[in-house]
Write a protein that binds this ligand. Sequence first.
Ligand SMILES: O=P(O)(O)OC[C@H]1O[C@](O)(CO)[C@@H](O)[C@@H]1O
Ligand SMILES: [Fe+2]
Length: 206
Amino acid sequence: MLISPSAHRIDPASGALSNATGRYEKRLAELDGIYADAEAFAAAVATGGARVVYHVHEVRPQAAHGDLIFGTTFMEPGRIGDEYFVTRGHIHARANRPETYYGESGEGLMLMESPQGETQILAIAPKVLVYVPPLWIHRSVNTGAAPLVMSFCYPADSGQDYDVIARSGGMATRVVADGTGWKAVPNAAYRPRSQAEIETILATQD
Ligand SMILES: O=P(O)(O)OC[C@H]1O[C@](O)(CO)[C@@H](O)[C@@H]1O
Ligand SMILES: [Fe+2]
């Protein structure tokens, strides 16, 4: 059975995606453990734990190998202490699946980390497409004063593994405010992955 082709209109300001098949949202209180400043996080949750800090509209035509998932991510601007708002971040459960992100509005960063712990940061802004290659852990950061909206596309059978970040005490690098801009700083709680874990990730095939 053939799937019918489809077209989807993206509103760059809101991330609204016509004919989406799914939507999910992340509230501040669900992002416990991500930010360095636990006191600032608790204070923010006390005053606004239910606020939605990012949401995703997506289209999943089918889960089958070879198809795509695509959609939009809308991220509110803000910080916990001096650390900019981020998505949870993950590696794909099938770790060798890649992803593209395209800037729709706002400005931010794609924070990426190799299994060995190397950090790469690429700026994302309107009309910039960022390629996240296979095997890279990835997280979006809103460094702007306005919402950051991106569209994304990745293989339908990728899946998301969030534990890879939790196991290492977070990503190796945090992005914090620095005067009028941002800077990357080491995450003091980071524990590098063992050689065995690195090899397991790198061995991902098919
Ligand atoms: O899944 P996370 O890390 O919460 O971040 C959401 C972003 O990542 C995706 O899961 C795609 O990999 C999208 O839904 C969205 O761009
Ligand atoms: Fe992803």
